[in-house]
Design a protein around this ligand. Sequence first.
Ligand code: PEP
Ligand code: MN
Length: 264
Amino acid sequence: LVSRKWRVRPTVLDLGDGVRIGEGTLTLAAGPCSIESEAQMESIMQHLVENDVRIMRGGVFKPRSSPYSFRGLGMDGLKLFHQLARERGIKIVTEVMQVSQVEEMHDYVDVFQVGARNTQNFNLLDALGSVDKPVMIKRGISGTIEELLSSAEYVFSGGNEKLILCERGIRTFETASRNTLDLNAVPILKEKTHLPVIVDPSHGIGIRDYVADMALAGVMAGADGIIYEAHEKPEQAASDGAQTLNFAESARLIRNLRRVYALR
Ligand code: PEP
Ligand code: MN
């Protein structure tokens, strides 16, 4: 069902208030790795509004490699995130980690994110198949393109056709970068599926100085959008600061992404 052979026309998702994802528009989503505080959200939202970015990312449930790392503000953080975003016309993409969270998060998110560690959590995918909200599925840490498409098929075949695929880098033998951003996946996915494809250069390379160039490369490779990490003070971020852009870097990237998209 997610194949181009089944549906030729590209899927375009409408998040409301003029925010669309898919062919014909460049989707930009930015924000911190983790939602940390009201002040943090207000500063990033102001940055997004100033730069006409309509979607904010930020985790309230964080999958961390170490159990001792910051694990997010949970539902209280999400409710505040939702309230502040609504007041500013911003849409929310945030990670859902388990089936029991789908219902409680439902009214407070615009796009459910399935993280790389949950791409093959088939119970979670089944649960998201019966929800009337867009779902962004990230590629598994060691996942193939075919496995990503199969994960999408789970959600789609359950009845939820509002899907976005995200290339976020895979684990390879290379240790010089956090992951290996597989830009090959972009044209391959665009050929194989009618679903929108977006690129996450932050987790893809994991090194702040290179994030912007990889984002631009993602757009040139044919991505429908970019999702990246931004924070007022990346050095103080509760997670992923080393791959997070400050506002000056983020503003420059947004300008360049729009230029490059127009060239395509
Ligand atoms: C994130 O988006 O902050 C995240 C944890 O992503 P991934 O699942 O791709 O590692
Ligand atoms: Mn992160």
